[in-house]
Design a protein around this ligand. Sequence first.
Ligand SMILES: [Zn+2]
Length: 74
Amino acid sequence: KEAVRSFTNDIFNRICRKSVGNVVGSIIEDHVLSFDDIQRLEEILEMKKAFAVEEVDCQCTEGQCDCHLHHHGE
Ligand SMILES: [Zn+2]
């Protein structure tokens, strides 16, 4: 479990925080899950609702993603 966590942290540290939801969504869409997996995901999502935000803050460094470019365009 720890190995899984550090592996995913490694990946998710490299993508924009705004994109994490989409990435997680497509991972789930693209893979076959067991009923246990889905049960666990539902529990996690239910927990996350308590801490959900309107919009996730982008904490990327300059050049890591396109978010900064979009801000300049506004
Ligand atoms: Zn970003």
